[in-house]
Design a protein around this ligand. Structure first.
Ligand SMILES: *Cc1c(COP(=O)(O)O)cnc(C)c1O
Length: 430
């Protein structure tokens, strides 16, 4: 049989029902630990001489199925799931980097990621230079002798900038550092960063992949292509004191990174995904391609409609002809541009806050990717800790409203916004 396509993998990859009592649904294994056959078996599993389960902080059969499924969908060689998307980013960076290392990152990042790179990691001696990713050469210009990673989002949240991943990956290759791509907003149903040169893919499973707003989760997917023996990553080529002298690159070959994430990253930092959440997330993942297609259709129609409304000053959606990212969207996101739309209102900050307050179907909350429609005013909420200049670089303006367009009837969504706009009709532009 030829290799299955995306929708088939989303339903089947990683689940051999014969190995799980013939279960058609993926079973939920709620156990912290696993009984070894005997002491030799235990010793072998601990030394990685044979595969096996030890403790659910490291792996679990339900999580294992989710990991294999996500690796198949992103075209990677392996994956590790984590407690949240932020845990996936943090575990990746702490597995790769040490004090004194440096990252070059896009300046249009998710607020949590921006803060991790800008405030928290510097406390541990890991610094970041943020660059405008629209010119891929900016990554090379900002790279230094101690740079050890390039980090971007394939579709920036909330700026919705579509990046030229191939060009940035070429810069990363020339500089011999891994190219890390957060694929949360696009999802592998619309874009597979590994096909465009990403070495490591990050996903927040909390968003579209689960989709029903019930569980947090994250994933790290390894393309298996990066040459860890290029001289810049001695922790992969020298005996690891953290794993009784194991040399990751020799012992695990192309899986060196993802194995280190599991046996050192999960072991030491402990950001494991609850199998209960993995089970929930698998239910959502099964329908990802159908949902994301509909999210994209609804978002495009709503964005086009918003452009016609007199209260609306500007609309940003990469699928719009008016978007400056439209040609990159045609290249990288031809099947759809996902469900996030941003727009600005006459009356600026106050109008934006008012509309976020007044919608009935769009819920005011800090999340995206739910089947239900969501709304937020980032300048007064998710991005309030950033100063105005930092807000601007992450793509947040005072008047910006972010929608996560759900799967409700599109006419109801238009009516909901139309009603909310009535409450701002007396405000003047500020
Ligand atoms: C939400 C989000 C994250 C963080 O994921 P959590 O599961 O909330 O920790 C990271 N990156 C992007 C682009 C996100 O939208």
């Amino acid at each position: 049989m030829s290799k299955p396509n995306f929708s088939t993998d989303a339903l089947h990859a990683g689940h051999d029902f014969n190995a799980h009592a013939g279960t058609r649904a993926v079973p939920l294994y709620l156990t912290t630990s696993y009984v070894f056959k005997n002491a030799d078996h235990a010793a072998n599993v601990f030394s990685l001489a044979e595969p096996g389960y030890i403790y659910t902080r490291l792996n679990n059969p339900t999580n294992d199925i989710l990991e294999q499924r996500l690796a198949a969908l992103e075209k990677g060689i392996g994956a590790v799931v984590t407690a949240s998307g932020m845990a996936a980013i943090n575990t990746t960076l702490l597995t790769l980097l040490k004090a004194g290392d440096h990252i070059v990152a896009s300046n249009s990042l998710y607020g949590g990621t921006y803060n991790l790179l800008n405030v928290t990691l510097p406390r541990f001696g890991i610094t970041t230079t943020f660059v405008n990713p629209e010119n891929p050469e900016n990554f090379k210009k900002a790279a230094k002798e101690n740079t050890r990673a390039f980090f971007v989002e394939s579709l920036g949240n909330p700026k919705l900038d579509v990046l030229d991943l191939k060009a940035i990956s070429a810069e990363a290759k020339a500089f011999k550092v891994p190219f890390i791509v957060d694929n949360t907003v696009a999802t592998p149903a619309l874009l597979k960063p590994i096909e465009h040169g990403a070495d490591i893919v990050i996903e927040s499973l909390t968003k579209y992949i689960n989709g029903n707003g019930t569980a947090l989760g994250g994933a790290i997917i390894d393309a298996g292509n990066f040459d860890w023996a290029n001289g810049k990553f001695p922790e992969f080529t020298e005996p690891s004191p953290g794993y009784h002298g194991l040399i990751y690159h020799d012992a695990l070959k192309e899986a060196a990174f993802i194995a280190k994430v599991r046996v050192e990253g999960l072991r030491d930092h402990g950001a494991a995904l609850s199998p209960f959440n993995a089970f929930q997330i698998i239910q959502g993942l099964e329908t990802l391609s159908v949902r994301v297609k509909q999210h994209s259709e609804n978002a495009l129609e709503l964005a086009e409609w918003l452009e016609q409304q007199e209260q609306v000053k500007w609309v940003n959606y990469p699928g719009l002809k008016s978007s400056k990212y439209n040609s990159l969207a045609q290249e990288y996101l031809p099947k759809g541009q996902s469900g996030i739309v941003t727009f600005g209102l006459e009356g600026g900050f106050e109008s934006a806050k008012t509309v976020a307050d007044e919608t009935k179907i769009f819920s005011l909350l800090a999340n995206i990717g739910d089947t239900k429609s969501l709304i937020i005013h980032p300048a007064s909420t998710t991005h309030q800790q950033l100063d105005e200049q930092q807000q601007a670089s992450t793509g947040v303006t005072q008047d910006l409203v972010r929608l996560s367009v759900g799967l409700e009837d599109i006419e109801d969504l238009k009516d909901d916004l139309k009603e909310a706009f009535k409450s701002i009709k007396n405000l003047k532009t500020v």
